[in-house]
Design a protein around this ligand. Structure first.
Ligand code: ADP
Ligand code: ZN
Length: 433
């Protein structure tokens, strides 16, 4: 289902013409209202009038998270505060919070984007949406909320936490869709089971899951435990919040980026040069419809891959693959680059291991150590010690083979590792360098 047929299926040429016009406007607006942009453009010896084609975007300077911090809290806003109707701040996965602002029109744009996401998941005004994204400064809760209302669905503003209550509501209100992080979806499935609830028999049909990296195996696990279709949604506060891109239910292989609102680039994170379609790189977004807080060439640090091939759903927007990690949450262990999500994909491929894990990085003398703590399934745990030893060996070997690092594997009892109601914190880095 397509919420905004006209825009979501624009032929490429018309889409690019629209992008160019909007880019020219946003570049001029940034240059003339924000001293940070004026300086950055001047340093790069480029003026807004120099943008004559979409390729000219590459002449504009990048913006990075540090620029947001340097202009904390409102220094990059292009409208006076009396036009700002909402403020949010990112959860600060990696450092200080960054602040974002919205005009009335921005809130409407965002609601439409989220309505498009729900539509792409096959939802309509007949659906009841259980929204377990956190409400508050975090963009997840309110972003999804306004989108659900825009669609005309019935929204349950659950927010995160109170897991038992969530399960009661899931049973009593019979929502047909759930929004939360993938790790929380698994947590709910497990908690419900512990309460004696048949989580597969709920009315839930679809999960709109995002805000953290996850894997195809994790999708299967969630779909199986909750008996739903699990779809990936992507976004970040800086760009607008959730609703930058969304997987369509028809193809279920990659998230369409709403290109009438955002221009996407995929670059080599070291050289800053563009990488070809289909090659991994860092995503860079330019917002072309946002009023209060537009961003030019914002480097997300999110590693993904772009695919322009036509999709069976009819949308003409380019798709991005699952984010494999952030170029800045990359761990360097004895000189080897490791993404937590790579370890996740290894352990999820081994029968008997659960998708609950923790990575503990430390340093003995001058050598980095990596300990992977993983829960085993009930069944394996009650088996003989020999089976556990075999699993341990297998995981150690697979990590070594795939990532080239030696990890110490520690299998732990089911349900002993910490669970997360929001973003999972998988890494404890104890190194003092
Ligand atoms: P913070 O950087 O403080 O976590 P946000 O709460 O805005 O800020 O989180 C945005 C980040 O969350 C993205 O840049 C990305 O790294 C991650 N993210 C969001 N959605 C997904 C997704 N579907 N898959 C993987 N990562 C995601
Ligand atoms: Zn599609």
């Amino acid at each position: 289902m397509i919420f905004n047929y006209e825009f979501e299926t624009l032929p490429r040429e018309a889409l690019e013409a629209l992008q160019l016009k909007r880019l020219q406007q946003v570049a001029a607006r940034c240059y003339h209202t924000v001293s940070f942009y004026r300086k950055a453009f001047d340093n790069a010896k480029v003026k807004p009038e120099d943008i004559k084609s979409l390729d000219d975007l590459r002449r504009l300077p990048f913006t990075v998270k540090q620029d947001l911090r340097d202009n904390y809290p409102f220094g990059l806003f292009t409208v006076p505060m009396n036009n700002v109707v909402r403020l949010h701040a990112s959860t600060g996965t990696t450092g200080n919070a960054t602040v974002v602002g919205y005009t009335k029109r921005d809130i409407e744009t965002w609601a439409e984007l989220m309505a498009r996401c729900f539509s792409a998941a096959g939802l309509t005004s007949n659906d009841i949406i259980h929204n377990a994204y956190g409400y508050g400064l975090f963009t997840g809760g309110l972003g999804a909320h306004y989108g659900a209302e825009k669609l005309g669905a019935s929204v349950i503003p659950m927010s995160g936490g109170s897991t038992k209550r969530q399960i009661v509501i899931l049973q009593d209100f019979g929502p047909t869709a759930i929004c939360c992080t993938p790790s929380y979806a698994l947590f709910l499935a497990e908690a419900g089971k512990d309460m004696g609830v048949d989580m597969r028999a709920l009315k839930l049909r679809v999960g709109i899951l995002g805000a953290e990296p996850w894997s195809e195996r994790m999708r299967q696990e969630i779909e199986d435990k909750l008996n739903i279709t699990a779809l990936n949604i992507y976004g970040l506060s800086e760009i607008i919040g959730p609703g930058v891109s969304m997987e369509c239910a028809e193809a279920k292989n990659g998230m369409h980026i709403f290109e009438d609102n955002f221009i996407v680039e995929c670059i080599n994170p070291v050289s800053g040069e563009p990488v070809p379609y289909g090659q991994p790189g860092e995503l860079v977004f330019t917002t072309i419809t946002k009023e209060a807080f537009p961003l030019i060439r914002y480097r997300t640090k999110d590693m993904s891959c772009l695919h322009p091939e036509p999709c069976r759903c009819g949308r003409t927007f380019v798709k991005m693959e699952r984010v494999t990690g952030r170029s800045d949450d990359m761990l360097i262990i004895r000189g080897v680059n490791v993404y937590p999500s790579q370890i996740e994909s290894v352990l999820l491929n081994i029968e008997g291991l659960e998708p609950h894990y923790q990575l503990v990085v430390d340093r003995e003398g001058t050598l980095d150590t990596l300990e992977v703590q993983v829960e085993v399934s009930e069944k394996v745990f009650s088996d003989e010690v020999r089976i556990l030893q075999k699993l341990e060996k297998r995981l150690t070997k697979d990590i070594k083979d795939l990532l080239g690092v030696s990890a110490k594997v520690k299998l732990v009892e089911p349900k002993t590792l910490q669970r997360f109601e929001g973003k999972a914190q998988r890494v404890t880095d104890k190194r003092k360098i």
